[in-house]
Ligand binder design. Structure first.
Ligand SMILES: *Cc1c(COP(=O)(O)O)cnc(C)c1O
Length: 231
């Protein structure tokens, strides 16, 4: 299947899920997760109207963003991976939104260098308490959100989460949606309405639970090339 065909299919599924949830068409933004994909496939998605792309490493972000710039293409890049403090400059230069802030040190490093750029950030929440996954613990999320909201140069835009693999994701999405409502009810979080949840396996379920951003890779681009392949 071509990228264009896949993209059409994903858009149709998003629309159907919005309708099934009684939500307005267009209330969910699709982020095409382009990590590890060859640039020609990513350009194909852009040619077919994709405007937002997700990368999970600083190197991948730089490579894709610079390829777009060289080609005179405009797009928004989202950083969705583990964020290291020494990569903060790189991420700031190329990303419009960071989905993976999970500790105050990283937020402060972003804030210090962001100046008046107003980087939009999401707090990543560790929904399944998994040691191998990033994210702040559920109980600590609202506290961290309040701290991040007070930092200059950043706009606290909402929350992101990834449920554990191979189990029903519904309770985890419901928990993140509940946390989002709690955050939005605080003065600091009133504008933090974005909810980044849902991937290829589960984006329709996430939309049912209120996702505003879905991060979809495989359903658009096909399987990622094996590691080490030249793209
Ligand atoms: C890779 C990745 C995705 C996309 O995963 P697919 O299953 O290919 O849709 C979404 N979010 C994050 C954080 C990822 O690392």
């Amino acid at each position: 299947m071509s990228v264009a065909t896949n993209l059409d299919a994903v858009r149709a599924r998003i629309l159907a899920a919005e309708q099934a949830a009684g939500r307005p068409a267009g209330s969910v933004r699709l982020i095409a997760v382009s990590k590890e994909q060859p640039i020609d496939r990513v350009f194909a998605a852009h040619d077919h109207g994709a405007t937002d792309f997700g990368e999970n490493t600083a190197q991948g972000l730089v490579e894709k963003a610079e390829a777009f710039a060289r080609a005179g293409r405009e797009a928004r890049f989202h950083f969705i991976g583990r964020l290291q403090r020494n990569k903060v400059n790189t991420v700031l230069r190329h990303a419009a939104m960071v989905h993976s802030v999970d500790r105050i040190e990283v937020a402060e490093a972003l804030s210090k260098r962001s100046a008046d750029a107003r980087l939009r950030v999401l707090l990543q929440v560790n929904l399944g308490r998994e040691a191998q996954k990033g994210g702040v613990e559920v109980e600590a999320a609202v506290g961290l959100a309040r701290q991040v909201a007070g930092l200059p140069g950043l706009e606290l835009a909402g929350l992101m989460g990834i449920p554990p693999a191979d189990v029903d994701p519904s309770p985890f999405f419901a928990a993140l949606a509940e946390l989002s409502r709690a955050l939005v009810a605080t003065p600091e979080g009133a504008r933090a309405t974005e909810l980044s949840m849902g991937m290829t396996q589960d984006f329709e379920i996430a939309i049912r639970h209120g996702a505003t951003l879905v991060r979809v890779g495989t359903a658009i681009f096909g399987d990622r090339p094996p590691h080490g392949a030249v793209g």
